[in-house]
Design a protein around this ligand. Structure first.
Ligand SMILES: [Mg+2]
Length: 233
């Protein structure tokens, strides 16, 4: 393994729980619907959560049927959901890990898929741009750039003055986060989370190089040592 000087993270279910984001989005949609139906926002949000668990992707259609609302479309609700200001936070192991990486002097980045407007709102809500050096929302370059397309990783390495051979990518999702190692010489790390996609199959059966139970394991498993270049004064 080449020495790592750039640690890049996935966002959803790696740095922040996706379920919290979903709940936050459903609460925003429920607040919008509650005044037009004789149902509390709380009950609407609860119904959306159960529908999402039962029939993912059909929650808005089902809640509109349930509430007999015909002057609002599920498309409008999707827009409202994606554009809402999310109430989300980092997992507990994120800030200690970012501090440790800063202290060691490695660069830090984020590569995230997902609808650009929603991902941008999440990053803003978390104050991520203050905490990491480089961020790429793949969707801002087009759907072809979603993972495991290698171009975002190459761009990110270039922007950080690093090289993909010295980059580690930390993600949670077997269906998309680790297959990029088949086209680029980067090191992949899987953090085990109770996430939305944790139970999916590995894309092309390509597994992570390293598995960890918490992000705080990163400096150890990547053998990161403090070095003078880039280290804080
Ligand atoms: Mg993820």
């Amino acid at each position: 393994m080449s020495p790592i000087n750039f640690v890049v993270f996935d966002l959803d279910d790696t740095l922040t729980p996706e379920k919290t984001y979903v709940r936050s989005g459903f609460a925003a949609v429920a607040d919008y619907l509650a005044p037009v139906v004789a149902t509390s926002a709380r009950d609407i949000a609860d119904a959306l959560m159960s529908f999402q668990a039962e029939t993912p992707g059909r929650a808005f259609d089902r809640v509109l049927e349930l509430l007999r609302v015909d002057h609002v479309t599920s498309k409008e609700l999707v827009t409202l959901y994606r554009e809402h200001t999310p109430q989300i936070d980092f997992y507990g192991d994120v800030m200690p890990t970012l501090s440790a990486l800063r202290e060691i002097g490695v660069r830090i980045g984020i590569v995230t898929d997902g609808y650009a407007v929603a991902q941008r709102s999440k990053l803003n809500a978390l104050g991520a741009s203050e905490l990491v050096d480089e961020i790429i929302i793949t969707d801002e370059y087009g759907p072809d750039f979603w993972k495991p397309d290698p171009r975002s990783f190459e761009m990110l390495a270039r922007n950080a003055g690093s090289d993909v051979a010295h980059m580690a990518y930390v993600g949670d999702n077997p269906a998309k986060d680790f297959a990029v190692a088949s086209t680029l010489p980067l090191t992949t790390v899987r953090v085990m989370r109770d996430g939305v996609h944790s139970h999916r199959a590995y894309l092309n059966d390509l597994r992570e190089h390293i598995r960890i139970s918490a992000l705080t394991d990163i400096p150890h498993v990547l053998s990161l040592r403090p070095h003078s270049e880039g280290r804080k004064a």
